[in-house]
Ligand binder design. Sequence first.
Ligand code: HEM
Length: 480
Amino acid sequence: MPFNLNQTRISRTDDILSLIQGNILSPYGRVYTRQIFFLLDEGQEGRRMLADLASFVTSAEKQQDLRRDAEKQQRLRRDASETSEPSNDVFANLLLSAAGYERLGLASLANSLSALDFAAAKDALTISDRDLFAQGLYRDGMTGQPSLRAFHDKVSDWQDKLQNRWHGLLWLTSDDPKTLVIAEGQAVARVGEANCHVEPGKLLFNAAGRTKEHFGYADGISQPLFFSDSIEAFTKWDPSAPLSLALLPDPGVPPGEGYGSFLVFRKLEQDVPQFEDMVSTIAKTIDAQSPQTHQERAGAMLVGRHKDGTPLVLDPAPQGTAANDFSNRDEDLEFTRCPGFSHVRRVNPRSDLILMKSFVRDSRIIRRGVPYGEQGGHPVGLLFAAFMSSIVGQFATLQRLWANSLELIRDQPGLDPVIGQVAPGTVIPALQFPKAWNGPKGDTVSVSLSQAVKMRGGEYFFAPSIPFLRRLGQTTSTGD
Ligand code: HEM
């Protein structure tokens, strides 16, 4: 019997967890990561390599078991007044690109990956998941057809190694860097060093212990939530999400026997000095005499939250809350607190798009990105990774229809100042920033900015179901 993907608030022992990979419905949240991009041999040998790599994968069921074990250990240690040591478990996801499916002689499976019938609003993207997945992110950036060139990615800026059409991605993560390096060595040995490229990542934390990104802002706050025990009471914004936001049937197994998820990977380099210059320019334009007074709010107007996570629609100054129960429109109908083009207001407009509330909810993505590079060093950035059941309906909607739009919301023109992209030669309009928080409508200063985030490479992947990965091992051992 197929599972009902319209379910929300599932339990942590739900049967579906044995059929899907971990990290999709709740994050692994481990400090150190290695993303190993790999090439496979053709056909049968390639399947054998993949079956080998599949032995690293953590199912969602195992993830929850380990979570329960870790909680129990912590309780015991607390009772014995011992300090807890980091666990040395290694968690993993295994993902395939369309090129990977093709390499294994399974192109027909990639061609039948499709989750939704798109509502009229989504037709604006004029491309199906199947086509987008099949052509891959690199070719999407190359294609001459504007309707297909979804994201204005400048492929000439891509890192050489990420211009390869990788067949798959093994994503390892652990709290223990030594164990992680050992696991990485074992994985690389299974496919051969020449067939791999590794991207290391590491979580960053702020003083309150929250994860943050390289511009210094708390990250990973607003996420769709699937487990009943993770959802707190709310009045303005319901964070719960149906399984269908993340999962779709895996065409590699009979109906009802396995589910998977698309993963969009983008390596996004962050120019921290440039971002800080932008923040200073806004603060100086607001008040040349005492720009320092406006520094924190100036940055928050770009992101939509203060550095500690406090939403700017709720507070002019950081409150250490990282709250998520707000609607935008109820708190800031006239955009006098937080600009409509700020990053979080663009990528999750909540009730700003008043006539499209369900469209906004259906477009949410499950973010699992990890920063790369040493804090204060160069280069640094975000290994952006997000799970979803439809690339077109979710990631492409956020990036192309909203973040890249020059005029998404009435009288709030401008690109998303964090991730927006424009076609070469397009003039980016100056942005209007409120002089004071909650001041008179229209009392703004105008500032022209350039973008401080550069795309350095990426790919579309699919996280196949656990039964699909198990079968690979069985079919290769019987020579099927
Ligand atoms: C280097 C690039 C990026 C940086 C520095 C960045 C930073 C942030 C920060 C600081 C937040 C607020 C904290 C939170 O709610 O988690 C946030 C939220 C968010 N970002 Fe990004 N982000 C980046 C790329 C992207 C991309 C490429 C997308 C998708 C196209 C995206 C989608 C989102 C979404 C959906 C939220 C949650 C909004 C909400 O529900 O309120 N971000 N980001």
